[in-house]
Design a protein around this ligand. Sequence first.
Ligand SMILES: [Zn+2]
Length: 272
Amino acid sequence: MRHRDAILVNTPDIEIWPGGLLRARGNRDARLLARARSVLRRKRDGTLLAADLAEGLQPLVPRLAREPGLDAALRALAHAPRRARRAGIDAVPTLPPTRLALCLDALGIDGEAYAGRTELALQSEPAWLALAGRDRYGRALWLRADAALGWRRLVDAAAGDGIVLEAVSGYRSHAYQAGIVERKLARGLEIAEILAVNAAPGWSEHHSGRAVDVSAPGEPAAEESFEATPAFAWLQAHAGGLGFTMSYPRDNPHGIVHEPWHWRYDGTARTD
Ligand SMILES: [Zn+2]
């Protein structure tokens, strides 16, 4: 498969990755992954669950049959078009947030109160995502298909002006965000402290597949100092014309800290 056309098929609990993009921990798994057409990965913690080989599904965990959401993932594996792109990149369906209420309850987050306080919009996950390239750590960067094209255009345009843009983070699932919050709770932080820094699961723009955290070579990730870089100056001058908006400027109405690194693709920009 040409990686440029690779897609991530999304289901409520499990992601279906194309083969060749994930690394295994052990030798046995590495041999299976090397031959896998696709790989099932648990969204909550990234555990690799099974490899889809020409001869059938090979479990990578002991009790695969009991894995929550496996049926939905197997249906998606069987029926999702190999190239969802054919359906058109502007009409990507979203997943119903069926797990979100339970997940917020478990974390002790009152979703309605949070939404009212922050005036943030609930962000649905796309049913599939496109490979937008690699992030600065060499990991697959997944974005909604239109945003993936937008990101490539942005990176190319910047390169034409001698500016290197690096992605730090793109799409993130509700379950992954919940995992971040869960780990901080386990370290003893209060939920209010955590939500001052991390969006509540369901309300991060990264869920939509349209947000990218941007940095430049040698710059730390997600630091306000990014504002002083030539890369940021370039973004301020050109990103709007290429469909990108900085979501959280100073004194934004959502009470989110100033995030000069966080840009969202809307695709509605006009160069006029
Ligand atoms: Zn961000």
